[in-house]
Design a binder for this molecule. Structure first.
Ligand code: MG
Length: 202
């Protein structure tokens, strides 16, 4: 099978990255929850949307040093390849931040993928196995042109996109169990990487 994987918030976890950047920048009050949502809500509540926008450009750039792979990513990818499946990354993010220094956000993502997702010291995704698109429609088109039999993503909007290929089985990655179980028409839901194999033929 051909298996496509989303990158941000599916492979790369930012749960603690926003808190670490926030502490570096000293830009919220001491009682603000150090979560992405808590930080965003605080900055918005004090009318500082600009800092929030800059922070996103930073976290997906140099701040990727604080991103961590979700547990089991490399093991799962290695196991799928060992079973003969083709596995690649298909992601979309803007090339440059909306505000702040003009980092190449695609380059930061590729470098992180190369350095952070490895098996026995070797990167699991070469340049021809990772596709970083700039828009959601381009990402959806890539899922189709790569002929994915299965695609894993943390966003319902991707799996339910009008042009999401009918021949691709969508799987939602929901590590924090935020998705309402009843609202899963058209796709499966997993909560951890070691649950992905259950959808594959043995
Ligand atoms: Mg994502």
């Amino acid at each position: 099978m051909k298996i496509g994987l989303d990158f941000d918030n599916t492979i790369a976890c930012y749960d603690t990255a926003f808190g670490q950047v926030t502490d570096e920048w000293n830009c919220v009050t001491a009682d603000t929850p150090r979560t992405k949502l808590g930080i965003r809500n605080h900055l918005r509540s004090v009318g500082n949307e600009e800092t929030w926008t800059r922070m996103q450009g930073h976290v997906y750039g140099p701040g990727m040093q604080y991103a961590k792979p979700y547990p089991g990513v490399a093991d799962a990818v290695q196991a799928l390849r060992a079973q003969g499946h083709e596995v690649f990354v298909i992601s979309h993010r803007t090339r440059k931040p909306f505000l702040g220094p003009p980092h190449d956000l695609h380059a930061f993502a590729r470098d992180w993928l190369t350095n952070s997702i490895q098996h026995q010291g070797a990167p699991l995704f070469g340049p021809d196995q990772a596709f970083f698109e700039e828009t959601l429609p381009q990402k959806i088109a890539r899922i189709g042109s790569q002929g994915c039999d299965l695609f894993l993503d943390d966003l319902v909007d991707v799996l339910r996109h009008d042009n999401f290929p009918a021949t691709t089985r969508g799987v939602l990655f929901d590590p924090n169990r935020e998705h309402v179980a009843e609202d899963n028409a058209g796709f499966k839901v997993i909560h951890a990487w070691d649950q992905l194999a259950q959808f594959l033929p043995r």
